[in-house]
Ligand binder design. Sequence first.
Ligand code: 3EB
Length: 325
Amino acid sequence: MLHEPARVNLPGGVRVEPVGGGRAGSTLFEFALAEPRSHAAGCGLAWLGGDLADECWGVDAPVSAGREDGVTWRRAGDLLFLAFEQPDDPADDPAAAVEAAYDRLLATAAAAGCRQLLRAWNYLPAINAGAGDAERYRRFCLGRAAALEKAGYGEGELCAGTAIGGDEPLLRVYLLCAPEPGINIENPRQVSAYRYPRQYGPRSPSFARATAITGPGDAMLLMISGTASVVGHRTLHEDDVAAQLEEIIRNLESLMAQSARDLGRPGLAEFGEGSLLRVYVRNADDWPLIEARLRRRWPAARLAGLRGDVCRSDLLVEIEAVSRS
Ligand code: 3EB
């Protein structure tokens, strides 16, 4: 069915699947991709198509929920999902607001005994506005890094991430946290983002290429960061979306092979059934070409195309994913 939701199963039974996937259990959080829904997380981006409209991140544990200090939380067992949403004027410097948002999120996580970060999603408007180090993405990175540093997070305590520019004037930060860390995996084709050289901004982006956690039973859940046409630390194939997509496919293949080795799970080397891909596309007209190519490469994976700005202005497409084995 075209818009059947997906469910993701988290540890102690964490599942991620299209919503309505038919499994029993509770929902830690939902991501509404095609249409905004109250009480669901969202990207604030236009949905371009695909067969993934909603994600349900489910657990085999009762869920409690609340809101404190502007942070909405949902907890099931050792998993804590945090959401922060606040107006963000695209003409402003976002550094201070992002730092304050992360201060609150990290304080909430620590107070709940869940200071380890497993997955982060960040959406903010006009991500490429501003020149050089004044670019809003670089200012975002500065605020995020400052908050993480103050709270004592080291390089090894970062997690898989996404940072995408939208059209609505809203900062959205979502964090999945736990008392114990996940397992981070880096991509041998790419310099770790937290070690990017100075030319990309005053503070390097604070994320790992992928984070794996234990899923239900013996399964592992691999959460892959937004992945772009970056090799080493450089953008490749400026102005060529088809070539950028091929480079992303190679980056994902490389990261998945590394994950399969590091985790001893050969099944993680490919996307299969149960793999969910969010594809962020700068120019909506590029979606049909991208969708056709991804269907050919990974026929079993589910895809959502979203109109979003990638955090370097020369990047035209970026793909994040969840996979399990
Ligand atoms: C890159 O490889 C692309 O700042 O959290 C991808 C995923 C990117 C997450 C972030 C940035 C972030 O550098 C950009």
